[in-house]
Ligand binder design. Structure first.
Ligand code: UT7
Length: 325
C-alpha cells in the first residue's frame, strides 16, 4: 500500500557562544559542580547574550537545516516553531523567522508544549504532510529558557540552558511498511492535573509579567520515567517493532539519571542513547533537535537507521515518535 511518509531531509542547530560551567554557577548560588554532575549529569550550558532572542537562535538553526537539506528556502510552505520563550507574547516567533527567511507565503505559527514541544511540532508537521496541507515544513525547537530562570533558586537555575534545533521535513511516497524512510508513528499525551508540578509563576493573563520557572523536581522525575517508558511502548506496539530494532534513542535531555532509567526500563543499551545533557543542560523544546543534529552530524545516525524520539515536560505533556532517518 502506497502512503505518504514525512521524511527528515535536513537538520541544523545553533548554540549561543557563551558557556556557563557548574563552577561559574557555584559563585552565584549555593551549589557545587559535584552535586550538579551527580544529580543531573550536567557540566555546562550555553546562555544567550543580552539582546540575543529566541528568533535569532531559531533562525540560525533553521538556516543550518535548510543548507543541510540542500533546498531553496522558498520551498518551505509551513513553519512550526516550538517554544516556551517567544520573543514577545505575540506575534508568534515563527513569523519573525518566516520574514527573516524572506518567505511571504504559506503559514507560520508557534506551539507551546514546553519540553515536549519538538515532538509535538514534528507530529503536527507529519499530520499536515500526510493530509496534504503542507509539502515542506520547517520544524524548530528554540528557547532562551535562561530568561525564565530565578537565578537565586538553586533547585532550577542549574538545570537549564539556551539553544535551538531545526529539521526540514518533506512528504515522500512510502510502501506503508516499517522499512519506509520517515515518521512511522507518533504518540502525544498531556495530563493537566499535574500543571503545578512544573510551571512558570507568571503570564500575560495572570500577572501581566513573564514569571519564573517553579518545579517539584522529585515529582517530575518520578512521572518522567514512567510516562516516557509508556509512550515508547505505544510507539513500539503501533509498529510491531521492538527495542532491539531501535538504532538510536534521542530523548529529551533533562537529566542523565532519567535517560539512564528510561533506557534500562525499555531494554536499550547505553551506547544507543544520544546524550547531550552534559554540555547543553535542559534546553526545553530545543533539546531533542539539538541532540538529533549532534548525532547526525557526528556520523552516528545514518540513513536508514531507526530513531526513537521522546520528550516529557510541563503540563505534564509527553510523547514519543519513531522515524527511519
Ligand atoms: O524538562 C522537564 C522535565 N524536568 C525534569 O525532568 C526534571 C526532573 N527532576 C530532576 O531532574 C531532579 O529531581 C532534580 C535534578 C531537579 C533534583 O534532583 P533530586 O535528586 O530529585 O534532588 P532533590 O530535589 O530531592 O534534592 C535533594 C537535596 C535537597 O536538600 P535536602 O532537602 O535533602 O537537604 C535540595 O535542597 O539537594 C538540594 N539541592 C541542591 N544542592 C546543591 C537542590 N538543588 C541543589 C543544587 N545544589 N543546585
Amino acid at each position: 500500500m502506497s502512503v505518504i511518509r514525512t521524511v527528515v531531509a535536513g537538520v541544523g542547530s545553533y548554540l549561543p557562544s557563551r558557556v556557563v560551567t557548574n563552577e561559574d554557577l557555584s559563585k552565584v548560588v549555593d551549589t557545587t559542580d559535584e552535586w550538579i554532575v551527580e544529580r543531573t549529569g550536567i557540566h555546562s550550558r550555553h546562555i544567550a547574550a543580552d539582546g540575543e532572542l529566541t528568533s535569532h537562535l531559531a533562525l540560525a538553526a533553521a538556516r543550518n537545516a535548510i543548507a543541510d537539506a540542500g533546498i531553496d528556502a522558498q520551498e518551505i510552505d509551513t513553519i512550526i516553531l516550538a517554544t516556551t520563550t517567544p520573543d514577545n507574547t505575540f506575534p508568534a516567533t515563527a513569523v519573525t523567522v518566516q520574514a527573516e527567511l524572506g518567505l511571504y507565503h504559506g503559514a507560520a505559527f508557534d506551539i507551546q508544549a514546553v519540553c515536549s514541544g519538538f515532538v509535538y511540532a514534528m507530529t503536527i508537521a507529519d499530520t499536515f504532510i500526510r493530509t496534504g496541507q503542507s509539502k515542506t515544513v520547517l520544524v524548530i525547537g528554540a528557547e532562551t529558557f535562561s530568561r525564565l530562570l530565578d537565578w537565586t533558586d538553586r533547585t532550577t537555575c542549574v538545570l537549564f540552558g539556551d539553544g535551538a534545533g531545526a529539521a526540514i521535513v518533506k512528504g515522500e511516497q512510502g510502501a506503508g511498511t516499517n522499512a519506509d524512510r520517515g515518521i512511522l508513528t507518533a504518540h502525544l499525551h498531556s495530563d493537566g492535573r499535574y500543571k503545578d508540578k512544573l510551571y512558570v509563576d507568571g503570564g500575560p493573563s495572570s500577572t501581566q509579567s513573564t514569571g519564573h520557572v517553579r518545579m517539584e523536581g522529585r515529582e517530575v522525575f518520578r512521572h518522567a520515567v514512567v510516562n516516557i517508558a509508556e509512550a515508547i511502548s505505544e510507539s513500539l506496539a503501533a509498529t510491531g517493532l521492538t527495542a532491539d530494532d531501535i538504532d538510536w534513542f534521542v530523548p529529551h535531555q533533562a537529566n542523565k539519571r532519567i535517560l539512564d532509567g528510561t533506557a534500562k526500563r525499555i531494554g536499550l543499551p547505553p551506547e544507543k542513547v544520544v546524550m547531550t545533557v552534559g554540555e547543553h543542560g535542559n534546553t526545553s523544546a530545543a533539546s531533542v533537535p539539538l541532540a538529533l543534529d549532534t548525532a547526525i552530524k557526528d556520523g552516528r545516525i545514518k540513513s536508514g537507521d531507526l530513531v526513537l524520539l521522546e520528550a516529557m515536560g510541563g503540563g505534564f505533556t509527553w510523547g514519543s515518535l519513531l522515524l527511519r532517518f
